[in-house]
Structure formats: C-alpha cells, structure tokens
Write a protein that binds this ligand. Structure first.
Ligand SMILES: Nc1ncnc2c1ncn2[C@@H]1O[C@H](COP(=O)(O)OP(=O)(O)O)[C@@H](O)[C@H]1O
Ligand SMILES: [Mg+2]
Length: 421
C-alpha cells in the first residue's frame, strides 16, 4: 500500500472511530489493523491500572477461545507487550521463538513468529497495547508496516480515552440521576408523612376542642335530667327543661361551627356589590340590634364598590364579625362598618365601641378554639381567616386609639366593568 493510500485509509478509519461505545470502538480498531493495514491477526490489550495488568480484550483473525483469560502483568520482564506499554514505544520482533524478550508461553500459544507491539496512548496516559502479525503468509513485519500501525495506534489511543471519559461521565450522570430520583422520592414520602401528621395534629386539636366544648353542656344536661325526674314542683321542672333546651341549642351551635370549620368549601368567586351585601346583613340583624339597643351604621363612598369573592362566604364573615362585636358590647353601643378604597385596594372596617379584645388572647386571636366567652367555641375568627385567605384577601385586628375593637378586611379592588356581568 502506498503511503498516501495508507494515510487516506487511516483518515477514513479514524473518522469512524468517533463511536463512544468501547466494545464497538475496540472492534473498529482491530478491523483497521487487519483490513486497512493488511495484517492477518491483531490483538488488543487494555491496561488495568489498579491490577497492574494488560488484559487481552479482543482479537481478530483468531478464535474466541484462543484469547480467553489472558492477562500479562506489566512488570513481567520477558514480555514485549508489557515493555512496549512501560516504555511507551513500539517494539518489533522478527523471530519470537529465538528472542529472549518474548514470553515463550505466549509464543507457543499464539504460534508467534514476527510481530509488532504498539502502545495505545491516550491524551496523557497509556491505554493499552496492540499486537499485530501474519500467521498464514509468514510475512515479516516491516518498518513501513509499523509506521502505519503507529499512526493508527495514535488515533486509536485518543478514541479509547474519549470513549472511557464518556463512559465515566455517563456513569456519573446515571448515578446522579439515580440519586436525584431516590432523594426526591424520600422528600415526597417525608412530605406525605408530614402532611398526614399535620392533618392528624389539626384533627386531634379539633377533636380535643370539640370534646371539651361538648362535655360541659352534656354534664349540665345530665344533672338537669336527673333533677327533672326527681323534682316534684312543676315550676322547677319547667325551669330545668328550659335550661336543658338552652344547653341543647348550644350543643347544636358547637357541632355546626365544628362542621363548618372542617368542611370549608372552595369559594365561588363572583363580582359582588358591597352595598347590597351590607343592606342585606343590616336587614337580617335588624331585630337583634333593636333588642340590644345597638346603633348599626354603614359608611360607603358614593360610587359603587365591587368585590370579587364568594357572596355567601362574605356574608358569613361579616355576620361573624358583627355578632362578635354585638356579643362584646352586650347592649347599648355602636357598630360601624365603613368601606374605603385606597389605591387599588378595598378596605372594610368593622368597628365597635365595646371593651376591645382581651390582651391575653390577642396573639392567637385567629387560631381555632380561642375564646374568652363562657359558652364560646372560638372557631368564628379562624373560619373568617381561612375564608379571607381563600379569596386572596386578608383580615387583621387594627389598633385604634378609641375604645373597642376594629377588624380590617382588605381585598384587591376591581372596576365595576371588570366584574359586572
Ligand atoms: N369585637 C370584639 N370585641 C372584643 N372581643 C372580641 C371581638 N371579636 C372577637 N373577640 C374575641 O375573640 C374571641 C374569638 O372569637 P371567635 O373566634 O368568633 O369565637 P367565639 O365568638 O366563639 O368566642 C372571642 O371569644 C372574643 O374574646
Ligand atoms: Mg364568634
């Protein structure tokens, strides 16, 4: 083969050696040595650094069983192959049987005569050794052949290095991907457990609260029924029966509040005119205001103000807050609901001139079961808080200089045409 032809052939093979699969690459290298460079047999040894061994990985022109389990210790002195690796130099053998540098066991096994051992050098490390020879034609390995082999081995060494690096990278990325998967699964499990224990904790808290609330009226009902059965006087019996009815109504309220807290549905958002809601509430509570001698005042700007919220829930929030104010005032007082529109917000204030919020419950005012009332359940404000959250509004206690309590509800504001249907 002429030099130019050889170079061309080498160029073609080295381009095909860009595969990153090691097995495929080794095969391509050996095919190059035999088909392109014309050798009859070629063997490829890979260097196992940790074991200090050169392992025979693949061969062409030979039977599979001939090359099984062959490894050469790199410090073996009578091995041209090991020497070629250590010296990073090609070694040509003319007559293996009579050459002291050659291991005779291998000479006989492979029926070696004339052969060449060429190191495969990667970017900065020796990767292995190729040996090539002629068995049938008994041709001698010439300088020219070795030159071609060396050029080829140079490309092959770099290709092996690339493939190994790729494999390492791939292994690392597999490991990382695995780790990410395991970690995210762990995280998921933890979150599910956490969520569950959070729910259980809230449930436990609710159950304890409800049990506590229910126990008192139940105990008094039990005592009253006992006295009802033993009491002779009709008047006293009437009185007991009335107290029992009262306690049962209280029980009903506790159960209703509890159910409402647990069953909070997702809001049906719609455009609501605030004036309509407040007029409705004023009408609804009219009788109670009258009985308690409470002045109920509504202060609204002239221009209609619209909210985006759940109509029923907004009513319930306002009723909860106004009822709390009434219960705080007991009788003779004032409650004022005022609406303002600073910037792009809507603010609704529910203000009363009662005794104000007791200091000891201020910090947990919106927590379930916070109450200062004899028969109170303490779920009202926590329901209000959750509902306001669900339509992206907020509620807080506003400090005022005047006597009483003031709750401030804040919403995003919308133009009438944005919400009117
Ligand atoms: N306007 C108010 N004035 C004074 N205290 C109030 C007012 N609103 C609420 N509170 C206090 O907040 C507590 C919690 O209210 P709430 O959650 O509605 O439960 P409940 O009315 O069942 O006690 C009340 O017990 C009361 O002490
Ligand atoms: Mg209440």
């Amino acid at each position: 083969m002429k030099k130019l032809e050889l170079l061309e052939a080498l160029y073609t093979i080295s381009r095909s050696m860009h595969t990153l699969n090691i097995e495929e690459l080794l095969h391509l290298i050996l095919e190059g040595v035999t088909k392109t460079l014309g050798f009859e047999r070629a063997r490829l040894y890979l260097y196992d650094e940790s074991q200090h061994l050169l392992e025979l990985k693949m061969a062409v022109g030979m039977k599979k069983e001939e090359i099984e389990n062959i490894a050469i210790p790199i410090y073996q002195e009578d091995s041209v192959i090991a020497q070629s690796l250590l010296q990073k130099k090609p070694i040509v053998v003319k007559d293996a049987e009579n050459d002291p540098r050659v291991h005779q066991g291998l000479t006989q096994l492979f029926r070696l005569k004339s052969f060449a051992a060429i190191p495969l050098i990667g970017h900065n490390k020796v990767k292995g050794v190729i040996t090539a020879d002629y068995l049938y034609s008994q041709e001698e390995v010439t300088e020219e052949k070795v030159e071609g082999l060396m050029m080829f081995a140079h490309e092959a060494g770099l290709a092996i290095d690339n493939a190994e690096m790729y494999q390492k990278l791939q292994n690392t990325s597999f490991r990382l991907a695995n780790q990410v998967q395991v970690t995210s699964q762990d995280l998921n499990n933890t979150m599910v457990r956490l969520e569950k224990s959070k729910k259980l904790a809230v449930l436990g808290q609710l159950a304890a609260g409800v049990a506590h609330e229910i126990r008192n009226p139940l105990t008094s009902i039990k005592i009253l029924i006992h006295s009802l059965l033993s009491e002779k006087k009709e008047e006293q019996r009437q009185e007991d029966a009335q107290v029992i009815t009262h306690e049962i109504i209280r029980l009903e309220k506790i159960v209703n509040d509890f159910l409402e807290f647990g069953r909070l549905r997702s809001p049906k958002l719609e455009g609501i005119k605030i004036r309509t809601i407040l007029d409705h509430i004023s009408h609804l509570l009219h009788q109670e205001f009258k009985e308690r001698k409470i002045d109920f005042e509504i202060q609204l700007p002239d221009k209609d103000i619209w909210l985006v919220a759940d109509k029923e829930q907004i009513c319930q929030i306002l009723i909860n807050l106004i009822k709390n104010a009434m219960e705080a005032i007991e009788a003779n007082g004032e409650i004022c609901v005022s609406v303002t529109r600073p910037a792009d917000l809507i603010e609704i204030r529910i203000k009363d001139n009662g005794p104000g919020i007791a200091n000891e419950i201020k910090d947990q005012l919106f927590d379930p079961f916070t109450t200062s009332k004899e028969g109170g359940v303490g779920l009202g404000l926590s329901i209000v808080h959750r509902m306001m959250d669900s339509f992206d509004g907020s509620i807080q206690l506003e400090e005022t200089r005047s006597k009483g309590a003031c709750f401030l509800m804040t919403f995003h504001s919308y133009e009438a045409e944005e919400v009117e249907v």
